[in-house]
Every structure is written in structure tokens, then in C-alpha cells.
Ligand binder design. Structure first.
Ligand code: FE2
Length: 380
């Protein structure tokens, strides 16, 4: 049983649905009407600007019949129907998050203990079965990371992975890049250098938000990949050192890459990025491309460096990482705004050849959401 009451002299209504009361403002309701004068019937885009709605818009009549709320607005006299289920799904009269560093409901923050739960799927299955693809993408959205196995062992196969959910982002490194080392078999002591966990290309703005790394050869000893959840590390820093978290999220770091001719990439962003409401939205961490930090005042610089060091220690803690060795035909995808990746040193005879490329999370999220809608519709 749903009831509606006009409150605040028509400036808002209070809807009581199943004992829960939610308030909605007249201006919000008029702006979010779904009648054909407000929204284009084909693509759903809004046809009006806020300036088309009178400043003093108010509600003078409100009634509920079934799943429909009908409102009459003053001074325009417009009568507009609203779907109660849509209103319930878009309710904003909720307790607000006051703590910084929170993550959305769709995010699962993880560490080494979650190693058996990482999203994994078979390449051929996700390629041919939309439900399997939706389930895997769901995991990538939640974990910021996912693995695929059983793919073709051929150059350029990584583009087929990008095609599953979006588009390759070309950069000055090209459409893709090679990560290839021949380990010299005559010198078994040779060790390929390990790389500390990092996010890629923090000197771009925006950064590439997805990275795909696809394995074609991996017969060298070592060379495992590691992934670390940057959100888990940022939240751990916040618990252990709230002031350090505050410093890394309040001041901008600087990143730079000018290592090839004609390229001079620079960005100025915090290592831990928060939305204005405190939501954790991104982590940038890369010792190789950190530039001189000049946006932290003298009084805070020593403490800022201590926090930077502590964040690095947390990132390097084996309790935070998931390690795996990619076999030829396997690949992984990371949300590069959140999940750091690393490679262990490698040695001995054999070779290691990965191909990498960038894509974007908006395309991945879009494909995921559209697939979910399609699956739900088909089930109805
Ligand atoms: Fe990298």
C-alpha cells in the first residue's frame, strides 16, 4: 500500500511505500519526468533544460493508482505520471556516507585471502555465450580484475579480448605493445628484473582505464604476474595511518613520461583519488614515472613521503597480492584505475612473450550493463 502526501507547501512530496517514507522535491520530480515532452521516446535523452522549468515549481496535486503516481505541478498545470518502481529505484532520501574512502556496492575489495575467488573464464565460452560473458564481466567490475584461459596462441589475440567488451585505446606506444624477453640460455644466472606493482601510464589524463596482458610464451623460470587491489591498500593505509591517507588523497602528485622523441606526457593527480563525497575512485602508483612532487607544502612534505613509503610497503606486502603464472593463451584484464600489476623476476632458459594493450572501463561497464538488461528481458 503506497500513500503520498504533499509537504513543505508543495515544494516536495513524502511517499510511503511499504512503511518506508522517502521524500522527493518538486524540482527533482519535474526534471526527472519520463513523459514524451521531457524525454525523447527513442533514445531517452532529455529534451528540456533546467531553464524550461519555472524556479518556483511546486506540486499542487498528488495521487497514487496501482504502480503510478500522478502529480499536478503549479504554476504550469502539467499533469505527469511517474512509475513508482522507478522512483523507488532512484530514491535519494537516504543516509549519506560521511567517512572518506568508501567504495560502491558493486565493488569487492580483496587481498591474498581471496585468491580462490578471482573471476576466471574460458575464452571460447565467453566469446560464444553472452551469459558466461556477463558473469565474467560482472566479476571484472567487482574485483577490477579477471583472467581468461584457453585462448588462441597467436599474435594479436589480445584484440579479440578487447572486442569482447570494448575498444582498444591507442597511445604513443601503438595499438599494442610487446613485453618480450629472450632469456640467454648460456647464462643461467641472468635474471629478468622484477617490477614493483604499479598502475600503468599515470602520466596520462585520463589514464587508460583497462589493461589487457596476453601471454604467448612463458617457458622461463619465474616471471609470475601479481595483482594487488589498490583500493584495499588505500583502505588499509586509512586504517593504519589516517593522516597519511589524508595527505595522499588531499595533495596532487605529479607523473611524467618523456622517454621517447616527440612525447612529453605530464599529469597532476593525487595517488589516492576521492570523489567530492569521499568515494574512492582511483589509485595512481608508479615509481618509474613519478615526477618531482611540488604541490605539497613544505610543512607536510616529510609526512607526505612517510605516507607514500607506507603505501608502497602495503602494496609490497604478500598478504595483499594474488600471484599466478600465465600460460600461453591465457590473459588477464585489470581496471587500471584501481588494480596494480607486477611481474616477478625470471631466469633460466626459455622465453617470455606477452602482448599488452589498453581499453576502457566505461566500454566494459556498458557492455556488462547492456548484457545484463538483455538477459533479464529474455527471462521475462
Ligand atoms: Fe605495467
Amino acid at each position: 500500500m503506497t500513500t503520498v502526501k504533499i509537504i513543505e507547501d508543495g515544494a516536495a512530496i513524502a511517499l510511503d511505500m511499504a512503511g518506508v517514507t522517502s521524500r522527493y522535491h518538486a524540482i527533482w520530480l519535474r526534471d526527472n519526468a519520463w513523459d514524451e515532452g521531457t524525454r525523447a521516446s527513442g533514445n531517452g535523452q532529455r529534451l528540456i533544460a533546467l531553464s524550461d522549468i519555472p524556479e518556483g515549481i511546486a506540486i499542487q496535486g498528488a495521487e497514487v493508482a496501482g504502480d503510478t503516481l500522478t502529480l499536478t505541478f503549479a504554476p504550469t498545470g502539467e499533469r505527469i505520471d511517474y512509475d513508482l518502481n522507478w522512483l523507488l529505484a532512484h530514491c535519494y532520501d537516504l543516509p549519506q556516507m560521511s567517512e572518506k574512502g568508501w567504495v560502491s556496492d558493486e565493488t569487492i575489495v580483496w587481498d591474498a585471502a581471496m585468491r580462490d575467488h578471482i573471476p576466471q573464464a574460458d575464452f571460447n565460452q565467453v566469446k560464444t555465450d553472452n551469459e558466461a560473458l556477463a558473469a565474467w564481466l560482472d566479476g571484472v567490475v567487482q574485483f577490477g580484475f579477471g583472467k581468461l584461459s584457453g585462448g588462441p596462441v597467436q599474435e594479436g589475440a589480445l584484440f579479440e579480448v578487447a572486442d569482447l567488451f570494448g575498444y582498444v585505446r591507442e597511445t604513443n606506444y601503438g595499438r599494442h605493445f610487446e613485453v618480450r624477453t629472450e632469456v640467454n640460455p648460456s647464462n643461467l644466472a641472468f635474471t629478468g628484473l622484477g617490477l614493483q606493482a604499479h598502475t600503468d601510464n599515470p602520466y596520462r589524463d585520463p589514464v587508460p582505464t583497462v589493461q589487457i596482458l596476453y601471454c604467448l610464451e612463458n617457458s622461463a623460470e619465474g616471471g609470475e604476474n601479481m595483482v594487488v587491489d589498490g583500493f584495499a591498500c588505500a583502505q588499509r593505509l586509512q586504517r593504519e595511518d589516517p593522516r597519511g591517507f589524508h595527505l595522499l588523497s588531499s595533495y596532487c602528485a605529479r607523473f611524467e613520461f618523456a622517454g621517447s622523441e616527440g612525447v612529453c606526457l605530464r599529469s597532476r593527480r593525487p595517488m589516492i583519488e576521492l570523489a567530492p563525497d569521499g568515494a574512492l575512485v582511483g589509485v595512481r602508483f608508479n615509481n618509474r614515472s613519478a615526477a618531482a612532487i611540488t604541490d605539497v607544502p613544505y610543512a607536510d612534505m616529510a609526512a607526505y613521503y612517510a605516507a607514500y613509503r607506507r603505501l608502497g610497503q602495503i602494496i609490497d606486502d604478500p598478504d595483499m597480492e594474488i600471484t599466478f603464472k600465465l600460460e600461453p593463451g591465457e590473459c588477464f584484464v585489470v581496471d587500471n584505475t584501481r588494480v596494480l600489476h607486477a611481474r616477478k623476476g625470471y631466469s633460466g632458459s626459455g622465453s617470455r612473450w606477452l602482448q599488452g594493450c589498453y581499453a576502457d572501463m566505461d566500454g566494459l561497464r556498458s557492455t556488462h550493463a547492456a548484457l545484463v538488461q538483455e538477459i533479464v528481458k529474455a527471462a521475462e
